[in-house]
Design a protein around this ligand. Sequence first.
Ligand SMILES: NC(=O)c1ccc[n+]([C@@H]2O[C@H](COP(=O)([O-])OP(=O)(O)OC[C@H]3O[C@@H](n4cnc5c(N)ncnc54)[C@H](O)[C@@H]3O)[C@@H](O)[C@H]2O)c1
Length: 252
Amino acid sequence: MEFKNKVVLITGAASGIGKAAALAFAKEGAKMVVSDRDIPAGEATVANIIEQGGEAVFFSADVAVFVEVEQLIQQILELHGRLDIAINNAGIAGLSARTSDYPIADFEKVMQINTAGVFYGMKAQLPQMVKQGKGVIINTASIAGLKGLPNSIAYTASKHAVVGMTKTVAMEYGKQNIRVNALCPVFTVTPLFNPEQIEAVAPGIPDKLKANVPMKRFAEVQEQVDAMLWLASDKASFVTGVAFPVDGGLSA
Ligand SMILES: NC(=O)c1ccc[n+]([C@@H]2O[C@H](COP(=O)([O-])OP(=O)(O)OC[C@H]3O[C@@H](n4cnc5c(N)ncnc54)[C@H](O)[C@@H]3O)[C@@H](O)[C@H]2O)c1
């Protein structure tokens, strides 16, 4: 078991990639801390982990509110006394509109959750990892953190910022044995990216998106989770400051 007794926090673990990752880390022996702002769905993730014989607790937190993030880390330390791996994964897509039509309030909301949320997470997690003399952070960015994505000014800004923060923190904390990497998924079928819903409002778009990917398909959630498991493991012990694309070659 790769993560036996490791305390692992995943935000946005009530759904999609975060939920699948929580189940996978728990299967590898982690003491999971599932966090999300969606309380019933977060508690359901914990129930699923316990059903499969794993260990997990749920603590609700809105990553866009720093006091809630601080409180989350405090709760983890009261329960477990340590935090080995933190995956700052909560995020939203925001609406789709050309830049001149993009509402200011929507831009600010996406930046607050996707960018400030990751900053708040790392700010609260790092002091404990420094004390431990070891830690791993993975921030979920996106292929939109490496490339432009038309009609998504807020999302691309927010995810480019996640990549930049990841590199900066990796440089600041490398000497303290803390590794920080960003996962950059391409289109992965989850409630956040639902090709059937997109097809219903914009026929033909999912096929066009797929056609742009050299491997001519969308990602499976498990493919993103497998990359998280590797980045978090000691097999990646000298990997830090990387924006790691799991994208079928789209960023090539
Ligand atoms: N699915 C994709 O195609 C794709 C591609 C690239 C990157 N990503 C990124 O992967 C991450 C996970 O996305 P997903 O596809 O699993 O989406 P999802 O919608 O299935 O899950 C996201 C989770 O984050 C939670 N969340 C949202 N805002 C929050 C907040 N303020 N505080 C706490 N929790 C909050 C939601 O409640 C939800 O449970 C996101 O950061 C997303 O940007 C997804």
